[in-house]
Structures are given as C-alpha cells and as structure tokens.
Design a binder for this molecule. Structure first.
Ligand code: ZN
Length: 151
C-alpha cells in the first residue's frame, strides 16, 4: 500500500462471532492486514484474530462487494469490487500454477516475467491462452455476461 492508504481506506467488513457471548458482529479492517484485534460490543471481550490461509484477497474483495451491495446500496462499487475480486483471484491462481509448474520443472519462478505475462493478458480469453484454463463453471451464460462486462 502506498501513501494514500489513510486517505482512501479500503476497509473490509468481516463477519465475526464473540467466543464468550456468541454475539455476531461485523469488524472492519484494512485489506492489507492478516490479523486484527476486535472487541465485542456486547460483553467487551477482546479477541485477537488471524485470517485463515483460505481467506485470499479475492475473498476479502468479494466480502467488500457484498457489503457495498447489501449495506451501502452502492451498486457501482459492488460491481467494481466484484470485478477486482475476480481479477485478483485469476491473477493469484495464475501465479500459483506458474509456481507449481516451475517446481515440477525444477526451476525458479521469475516473478517479474510472470507479472509481465499477466499485464499482457488484456482479456480473460488472453489469460486462457496464457496457459490458464478457465473452469467450466465460468462458461455459464450468466457468468459470461459478467466476464464480458469487466473485460
Ligand atoms: Zn461478547
């Protein structure tokens, strides 16, 4: 994150539940955090919390998208965050599979070359040509409309 982090905070609303009194709560934290403390508004118990490894940036951005859609009623931002989530997950998986490919070949991943490859993919179809296979569930007609809208 750059110098504008405080100026444009992208807080992620994350659903949590108090372990002491079972009160559900939505804690907001900056998306570059992987851990945070939160205090239950009902009983005052402070919880140290860590995100699981399955909580990727795409999952966080999708939570933000859902929050914009259901709470803020900002439909444009919901679409923007959903597109960012989709793009972030595709990029994360692309790098992951390239890294696995390198492990299989006994070579080192060149992250800069990988990022250059990602920048060259202007469309989802471009990512497909780059060796990233789009799962069959993405071929669903409704999802294809979303794909076309964000590319
Ligand atoms: Zn509590």
């Amino acid at each position: 994150m750059g110098a504008n982090t405080k100026e444009y905070p992208a807080k992620i609303p994350f659903p949590v539940t108090c372990h002491k009194c079972k009160e559900p709560f939505v804690h907001k934290f900056h998306m570059d955090k992987t851990s945070f403390d939160w205090t239950c508004p009902k009983c005052g118990f402070t919880h140290p919390s860590y995100l699981g490894l399955d909580i990727t940036i795409g999952v966080l951005l999708l939570l933000k998208s859902r929050y914009e859609l259901t709470e803020e009623k900002d439909f444009s931002m919901a679409v923007v965050f959903a597109a960012m989530a989709f793009e972030g997950e595709l990029s994360r998986l692309f790098v992951k599979w390239k890294e696995i490919e390198c492990i299989g070949a006994g070579t080192q991943l060149d992250r800069e070359a990988c990022e250059d490859q990602l920048r060259d993919f202007r469309t989802i179809n471009g990512k497909d040509r780059g060796g990233f296979s789009i799962p069959s569930w993405l071929e669903h007609r409704r999802f294809r409309v979303i794909q076309n809208a964000i590319t």
